[in-house]
Write a protein that binds this ligand. Structure first.
Ligand code: S3P
Length: 166
C-alpha cells in the first residue's frame, strides 16, 4: 500500500463512517471520524455548535480537525459532508493520502437520511438540498476514486482495498 491515509468523502448518509470503520479494521489502521473529533474538541453536539456558534464556526473547527488528523499515519478518516466540498480541505486530503468518494444518489440519500434530526443541514428545503447535492458533486469529483455507495458496507470496503492494492 503506497498510501498512509485514506479519506472518505461524500454527501450525508452515504455510509462514510460505517465503511470507514470496516476499512480501518481490515487494514488494521486507526479510524477517525471528523464529526466525532469536532464533538470531542468542542464538548458540544454538531447541532448545538450550529445553533450556538453558527455554521461558519463549525466549518473552521472541522477544517482544523482535518488538518490535525492528516498528520497521523495509517489512518482511515471519514469526513463530514462539507469537507469534501471545501477546496482547502480537498487539497490537503489529496496531498496527504487517497481520497475516496462514496457516491450516493439523491433518492438514496433521502431514504437513508429521512427522519434523522441531528443533522442541521437537513433542515433545508428539498429544493435547497437538491441544489447543495448537485453543487457538492462537482467538488467531490476531484476525489482519486469514486465508489458507488449502493452496496453493502463490507463490499465497499473490500472494493476500496482491492482498488488501492492494484
Ligand atoms: C454536514 C454533514 C455532517 C456534519 C454536519 C454538516 C454537511 O456529516 O459534518 O452536520 O454539511 O454535509 P455527515 O456527512 O457525516 O452526515
Amino acid at each position: 500500500m503506497k498510501f498512509e491515509r485514506i479519506f472518505l468523502i461524500g454527501f450525508m448518509c452515504s455510509g462514510k463512517t460505517t465503511v470507514g470503520r470496516i476499512l480501518a479494521e481490515k487494514l488494521q489502521w486507526h479510524f477517525y471520524d471528523t464529526d466525532e473529533e469536532v464533538y470531542k474538541e468542542e464538548g458540544m453536539s454538531i447541532e448545538e455548535i450550529f445553533e450556538k456558534k453558527g455554521e461558519e464556526y463549525f466549518r473552521d473547527v472541522e477544517l482544523r480537525v482535518l488538518k490535525r488528523l492528516s498528520l497521523e499515519k495509517k489512518v482511515v478518516i471519514s469526513t463530514g459532508g462539507g469537507l469534501g466540498a471545501n477546496q482547502q480541505a480537498m487539497q490537503i486530503m489529496k496531498e496527504k493520502g487517497l481520497v475516496v468518494w462514496l457516491d450516493v444518489s439523491f433518492d438514496n440519500f433521502m431514504q437513508r437520511c429521512l427522519g434523522n434530526n441531528n443533522r442541521p443541514m437537513l433542515r433545508k428545503s428539498l429544493k435547497e438540498l437538491k441544489a447543495l447535492y448537485e453543487q457538492r458533486r462537482q467538488k467531490y469529483l476531484q476525489a482519486h476514486i469514486q465508489v458507488s455507495a449502493h452496496t453493502a458496507p463490507q463490499k465497499i470496503a473490500e472494493k476500496i482495498i482491492q482498488l488501492v492494492q492494484d
